[in-house]
Design a protein around this ligand. Sequence first.
Ligand code: CU
Length: 167
Amino acid sequence: MKQNLQESGTDHVFRGRSVWVLFLALALQADVAWSHVHEKGDIQVRHPWSRATPPGAKVAVGYMEIRNRGSQPDRLLSVSTAVAKRVEMHVTQREGEVMKMRQVESFEIPARERFALRPGGSHLMLVDIAQPLDKGARFTMTLRFERAGELEIELEVQERGSRHPRH
Ligand SMILES: [Cu+2]
C-alpha cells in the first residue's frame, strides 16, 4: 500500500478520530454490545456461545447465562436455529462413575435467579447440523419463553475445547 506523505498524514488523523468515536460508542453501550447481552421482558441472556465442531460431526452445543429479573418464574419452552434441524435441552447427570446427558422438555428459570448453560452442565444440543461450525462464526437462535415470549440471540463460535465464554 503506497501513499504519499500528505495522504497518509491525513489518513492518520482521520483514523485517530474514528478510533476515538468508536471507543466512546463502545463505552456507552458497554453492557449491550460489548458483552453480548440480549433481553426481552424480565429475561436477559448473556454471553451466548458455541464451540467449533470437528469435520463430520452431527451435533453442536449452545451455552449462555439466562437471568430472570422478574418476580415470577419463567420457562424456556423451545429453541430453534437455521444451522440445525432441531435444538434439544439437555441436563447432565452423574450415574455412578459416568456423566450422562438427558433430554428435558423445558428449562425452568426461577424468579430473580441466573440459570447457567455451561460445559459439564445443562446445555443446548444442536442436532443434525447442516455444516461444521467454524471458530469465529456467528449464528442466530430463537428462544421461546413461556412469559417473556420470543428472544433472538446471536452465538459466537469459539475454538474446540473452550470451557468458558470469551468475554
Ligand atoms: Cu447434550
